[in-house]
Design a protein around this ligand. Structure first.
Ligand code: PMP
Length: 290
């Protein structure tokens, strides 16, 4: 069952207007969230990010944050799901054929619960092959991924390039040429025992998994910082890994034909991945489906 504007409808009947500006213009915001064993991981952080994205885009979400929390939990309960991938979408709503958001009287809210396989498990275990692609992230004075909007065309163009090159994923640079992120993942570089990740001002999404990795690194005593990273630093890293709600923690073992470190998933990535599993199974890090 899919939640649409306060009602549950079967998947086959779940539909929105063709005049919805989410569809016509990518005018909307969303979150991808996971539930692990009866707890929605970092739900409050996801809702904070959703409402922040909507605030920048001046979309007035027709539910309070508490109401939205309830809607997510109720959708999981309605589907009797304890482990799930949750897609929460708020669009500008139906309007006319022009871009003017003032013509859209009411935002559309829908919640789909299901599963997702961003990178197949066996691929993630051996480490993934990537390319740095020609398409750049939108700048921070454009449709930057600091806002989690429905505008994913530059990720899709990057993914097409990865597909064409026969590799698993693409790495996207900022307009300045610094490392930014993957198509739907944040990126981390390990060098000399230190962990680096690009700041959101490169145009990357401030990831919930990314911030969890900061907590993990601090817990296990590893130095971690946000920092501008060049392609040269990336090629010469000891380890590289991606993070994301869908992808979780994924080692990157090749970038544009260059082996990263030994060319095999690294020890620090493995430690972080193991700790991440502990974090996702700790009820203290989630909201119960109750
Ligand atoms: N960057 C982009 C562009 C994404 O779509 C995602 C997935 N939401 C991420 C990074 C990872 O963010 P998170 O850990 O919050 O899922």
């Amino acid at each position: 069952m899919v939640y649409i504007n306060g009602e549950f409808v079967p998947k086959s009947k779940a539909a929105i207007s063709v005049f919805d500006h989410g569809l016509l213009y990518g005018d909307g915001v969303f979150e991808g969230i996971r539930a692990y064993n009866g707890y929605v991981f970092r739900l409050n952080e996801h809702l904070d990010r959703l409402y922040a994205s909507a605030h920048s885009l001046m979309i007035k979400i027709p539910l309070s944050m508490e109401g939205m929390r309830r809607a997510v939990i109720d959708t999981l309960k309605e589907n009797k799901m304890k482990d799930a991938y949750i897609r929460l979408v708020v669009t500008r709503g139906a309007g006319d054929l022009g871009v003017d958001p003032r013509k859209c009287s009411k935002p559309t809210v829908f919640i789909i619960v299901g599963s997702i396989s961003v990178i197949p498990k066996e691929v993630a275990e051996r480490g993934i092959r990537t390319i740095i692609t020609w398409i750049r992230r939108d700048p921070v004075d454009g449709t930057s991924h600091e806002m989690k909007s429905l505008n994913y065309l530059n990720s899709i163009l990057a993914k097409i390039e990865a597909n064409n090159a026969g590799v698993d994923e693409a790495i996207i640079l900022s307009t300045q040429g610094y490392l930014c992120e993957g198509t739907a993942e944040n990126v981390f570089v390990v060098r000399g025992g230190e962990i680096w990740t690009p700041p959101a001002y490169t145009g990357a999404l401030p990831g919930i998994t990314q911030s969890t990795v900061f907590e993990i690194a601090k817990k296990i005593g590893l130095k971690i910082e946000e920092r501008l990273i060049t392609a040269h630093e990336l090629f010469n890293a000891d380890e590289v890994f991606f993070t994301g709600t869908g992808a979780e923690i994924v080692p990157v073992t090749e970038v544009n034909g260059r082996a990263i470190g030994t060319g095999k998933p690294g020890a620090i990535t493995a430690r972080i991945s193991k700790e991440f599993q502990r974090f996702t199974s700790d009820p203290a890090n989630g909201v119960p489906i109750a």
